[in-house]
Every structure is written in structure tokens, then in C-alpha cells.
Write a protein that binds this ligand. Structure first.
Ligand SMILES: Cc1ncc(COP(=O)(O)O)c(C=O)c1O
Length: 362
């Protein structure tokens, strides 16, 4: 009988993110407030929608395999050579591609925990060994991550801001890390939420690339640009590694509709700033309401908060779901009393807080 590779057959079952629709109908939910996937609450920019519509008409053609125009635009925006940029179908697939490039069976990958579960999956699929290093105060413990290095360590993952805690690493802490990390280890610096950051003390991963550190800085169009459904992510790294990533990726990784939308989105720095401002207001509102409710939470910087609801987060999830609000229970992150809640529109944020208050009284 056919047997999958051991690394694949031992994978945990995939939990469907959208499987709640039927259950919500049962409870008569008229409106779903979706705050469980850290998507931006706003649609693509009008120019991006227009570009997609235009691009749709030439869908009979394969897309540009290297997303050349998007790479040039990113190169200009961030002052990084285009050869150092890789584009993928979501940054999550660049994480996969990096592990495919880096990991031989038995190699070790140091991963902060709790953090973004696809790091575990990408390592596991390649037969790599996962070394989880616990967060301290919801934040990366970089000295402990450095101390976890062995002669088998090939990759270290840093998620800044971290999903699910929404915390950031300070610039001095990351400077110190990059001074100490050995040159043969690749650091994957996942900055999926960096566009939301307004804190001056938050480091910019590109600074470390510029001084020649072995790093892949990953970012995405899925969050602030509102293009999660199109799947476009990008990474900055050495020209050699970017070229290798292009070689391991599927030939046409990003559709031309997605490339067109990404390109048009990059022109709207003003709208990005506006969304970052609205997001910061949403975070401040959540923090103030959690304080009033006496709930503790990690100080949030991204487009979500991680709050201790002081009860089984799965039960709390059910109570919120029956009121039409979807959040992410902390069990996935070994944080059984925490919920991760995405910042929505101001109206959605108020609906969530109203539902949370009711749920806490149930
Ligand atoms: C930390 C982190 N990295 C990467 C991603 C994936 O983003 P993309 O949609 O570009 O695959 C996410 C998505 O939620 C994330 O939280």
C-alpha cells in the first residue's frame, strides 16, 4: 500500500478556519465579525482593484515568473537591489522555500514559542528538528535562543512583531543578537506585521541585511494592503539566496492578477499610513477596555492583541462565536486561557468588546 513520507504522515490534522458558518447559522447569527485570522479589515486599495480588473483580461497567459515589476518597485521603495528580493505566493510559502533550501534531515531550527505555527510545519516536513525556546513576558528570549544553538543548528526564526502575542523586540536586543549569532546560521526574520508598527524602538530587519548579516527578512501584502486572498509575500536576502529561492519555487509562483494588485498597492504609502493609524487606535481601544475589565494582555504592536480571558479559551470562543464574533483560541499556542483577537474596523472592535463583556458574565 502507498505510504506517505514519515514526516508527512505524522502531521497533525489541519483545522479548517472557515468551518464555523453552519454552527453560527444554528445560533441565528446575522453578521459575522471575523477577527480570527489577522487579516486587514479593509478591502484592497481602489487602484489595486482596478489593476486586478485590468489584469484579469489577460489570464490566458502565464504570469511573469520572477514578478519583475514588483521586485523593481520594492527595490526602489526599500533601497535594496532587486536581485536580493524573492516574491512568493504568500510569505508563508517563502518560509517553506527557505526551509527547503536550508534543512537537511536532522538539522535543527530554533523557533520562539508560542509563535507562528507554520515555522514548525515547514521544519517538520523537511525532517528538521524543532527546538522551541519559550517566550519570556510574551517576548522573544534572544539570549536563550542563542544559548540553544548546537552544532546542528541551521536556522533561527524570529517573528517581529510576534504572532500570536503582538509584542516587539527592541532594536538593542536584536543588535545584540546579530552581533553574536554565528555566520553559518540563517536567521529568518518574519516581519509580516511591520507595516503596522509606529514604535521608533522597533528594529528594521533590512538594517541587518545591509550590514551583511545572513538573514531573510519576510514581509507580506496580506495584512495592511488588504490582499490576503491574493497570496503575495516578499523576502529580502542575499542575491545568492534570493536566486536559490527562485529556483526551488514553482515556475510561476504568483499570478499576474496578484502581481498587478501588489504593484498598484505599493504606490499608496499615504493609505498605508492611514491604516496604521486606525490600527493603533484599535489597539489602544482594546487595551483600555481590557484594563477596565481587569484582563491582562501582552502589550500589542501588530494588528491583533493577545488577552488572558481567565477561563478556557475554547469555551470563551464558543460564547463569542454564538454572538457572531470569531477570535483565535490560545490552545494552538499552548496558551489555554488566551484569545488572539484581530483589530477590525472601529465598529467591529466595539462589537467584539460588547460580546466579550457579555461572554465574561455567562
Ligand atoms: C507571522 C506571520 N508570518 C507570515 C504570515 C503569512 O502571511 P502570508 O499571507 O503572506 O502568507 C502570517 C499570517 O498570518 C503571520 O502571522
Amino acid at each position: 500500500m502507498f505510504k506517505c513520507r514519515d514526516e508527512v504522515s505524522t502531521l497533525p490534522p489541519y483545522e479548517l478556519g472557515g468551518a464555523f458558518a453552519e454552527e453560527m447559522k444554528k445560533y441565528g447569527v446575522a453578521r459575522v465579525v471575523k477577527l480570527n485570522s489577522n487579516e486587514g479589515p479593509y478591502p484592497p486599495f481602489p487602484a489595486a482593484i482596478e489593476a486586478m480588473q485590468k489584469a484579469a483580461a489577460s489570464s490566458n497567459r502565464y504570469p511573469d515568473p520572477s514578478s519583475h515589476a514588483v521586485r523593481l518597485a520594492l527595490a526602489e521603495k526599500y533601497s535594496v537591489p532587486a536581485e536580493s528580493i524573492a516574491i512568493g505566493p504568500g510569505s508563508v510559502m517563502l518560509i517553506r522555500a527557505l526551509m527547503e533550501v536550508a534543512i537537511n534531515p536532522g538539522d535543527e531550527v530554533i523557533i520562539p514559542w508560542p509563535s507562528f505555527p507554520p515555522y514548525l510545519l515547514a521544519t517538520h516536513i523537511m525532517g528538521g528538528r524543532i527546538r522551541k525556546v519559550p517566550l519570556v513576558d510574551h517576548t522573544h528570549d534572544l539570549p536563550a535562543m542563542l544559548a540553544a544553538i548546537t552544532d546542528k543548528t541551521k536556522v533561527i526564526v524570529i517573528c517581529n512583531p510576534n504572532n500570536p502575542t503582538s509584542t516587539i523586540i527592541t532594536k538593542s536586543a536584536l543588535d545584540d543578537y546579530f552581533e553574536k549569532v554565528p555566520a553559518h546560521i540563517l536567521t529568518i526574520l518574519d516581519e509580516a506585521y511591520i507595516d503596522y508598527i509606529q514604535d521608533k524602538d522597533c528594529p528594521d530587519g533590512l538594517d541587518y541585511l545591509q550590514i551583511g548579516k545572513p538573514v531573510a527578512v519576510l514581509r507580506t501584502f496580506s495584512k495592511i494592503y488588504g490582499l490576503a486572498g491574493l497570496r503575495v509575500g516578499y523576502g529580502f536576502t542575499s542575491p545568492e539566496l534570493a536566486e536559490t529561492l527562485r529556483r526551488v519555487q514553482e515556475g510561476f509562483p504568483v499570478s499576474h492578477v496578484a502581481q498587478a494588485a501588489a504593484l498598484a498597492s505599493l504606490e499608496r504609502g499615504d493609505l498605508v499610513a492611514e491604516r496604521a493609524r486606525l490600527n493603533a487606535e484599535g489597539l489602544a481601544y482594546f487595551a483600555a477596555e481590557f484594563d477596565k475589565l481587569g484582563l491582562s494582555y501582552a502589550k500589542p504592536f501588530a494588528n491583533f492583541a493577545f488577552v488572558d480571558v481567565r477561563q478556557d479559551a475554547r469555551e470563551m470562543f464558543q460564547k463569542l462565536m454564538r454572538q457572531g464574533v470569531l477570535v483565535r483560541p490560545g490552545a494552538t499556542y499552548d496558551s489555554p486561557t488566551y484569545e488572539r483577537v484581530t483589530v477590525g474596523t472601529p465598529e467591529e472592535n466595539e462589537i467584539f468588546i460588547g460580546a466579550l463583556k457579555k461572554a465574561l458574565e455567562m
